[in-house]
Design a protein around this ligand. Sequence first.
Ligand code: M6R
Length: 357
Amino acid sequence: KKDGYDTFMLKEIHEQPHVIAETLRGRIHQQHIVLDELKDIDFSKFNKVYFVACGTAYHASLCGAHVLKKVAHLPVLSEVASEFRYNDPLIDEKTLAIFVSQSGETADTLAALRLAKEKKATTLAVANVLGSTISRDADYVLYTCAGPEIAVASTKAYTTQLVLLILLAYYIAQNLNQDVHDDVIKQLQLIPQYVDNILKDEPVFAQYAHMLKDMHDAYFIGRNLDYASVLEGALKLKEVSYVHADAYVAGELKHGPIALIEDGSVVIAVATQPHIAQKTISNIQETIARGARVILLTTHHEEVKNVQNTYYLPDVEPTLQAILVAIPLQLIAYYTACLKGCDVDKPRNLAKSVTVE
Ligand code: M6R
C-alpha cells in the first residue's frame, strides 16, 4: 500500500510530480489554458471573487487569490470557512465564490457554500474527491487529480490545489483579455520536473530537521505570496511534529514577534519573490543579530551573510513559486516528526476529514 515508503505522508510527498502532471493534463493546449468545465461562465460579470476554505486548503486559497489579483486584476477576498458565515460576507450575483476542499466534506466549507448559493453567487468547488458533497452542491467543479490522500497532513492535495488555482487565475486572465506570457504557460508544464528535482535534495531537508527536533518553537517568515507558503509550512510542522510554529509577515517581526527571538531560535525564511526578497533578507539579519539560526529557502542568488543553511529554488516565474517551496517545507516537517518518533500519518487529535463545525 505504501509502495515501499515507511509512511503514507512520504509516499504522497513523492507522488507530487506525477499528480501535478495529472492535474495539468489536458488543461493546456497550444499555449492556452483550457478549463472546459467553466466554458459557459462569463467572467466579465463578476466584480469580486471570494475564496473560502479551511486549513491547508485555505493556504492554497491565499496563494490562488494572490495570483488571481495579480494576473486578472480582480478584487479578491480569502476567508477561513468557519469565519466567513459570521462575517457578513459581501456576496451577490456579481460574486464568484470559490470553495476549496480536498475531501469535499468539510462541514464549515459546505455551510459557507450554502450561504453563498442563497445569496446568489456563482459557486465553484475545487475538490479532490469525485462525487463529494461539495462537488455535487456547487454550480461548477474543478477536480485536482491528487488521488486518495491517506495521511492526515495534506501534501499532494495542497500542491495540486495550487496548480489548479494558478491555472484558474490565468484562465480568468485570458478570458478577461489580460496578457498571459507564453513563458508562464511553458514553465507551468515544467513544474512536475522541477518538483522531481527538488525531491532529489531530500537529504538536505532531512538534515535541516535536526535543527528543529529539540525546539519548542519555530518562526516562519515571508512576504507576499511567500507569506501564504510559510503559513502552510508552519501548519505542517506543528501538526506532524508538535513543534509550536508561527508564521509571520516578515515586515511585522519588528512590531512584536522579534521580542521572542533569542540565542538558538530557529527561523525558517522563504524569499522567492524577487521584488521583495531583499527586504525579507534584511529581516533575517535582524533575527541573526539576536542569535537566531536560519534556514533560508530562496531564489535570490546573492550571498546572504551569516546564513549557513540556504537552499536555492529554481528561478521560475514568481507566481508559481508556492508550488516549489512547498516541497522543502513538507520534508522539513516530515523529518522533524520522524526524528521525534511521532506517528506521522495520524497526528494526535486530528481527523482526515472534519465533518463537524
Ligand atoms: O478536506 P479539506 O481540504 O476541506 O480539509 C481542510 C483541512 O481540514 C485540512 O486541509 C487540514 O488542515 C489538513 N490536516 C492539513 O494538513
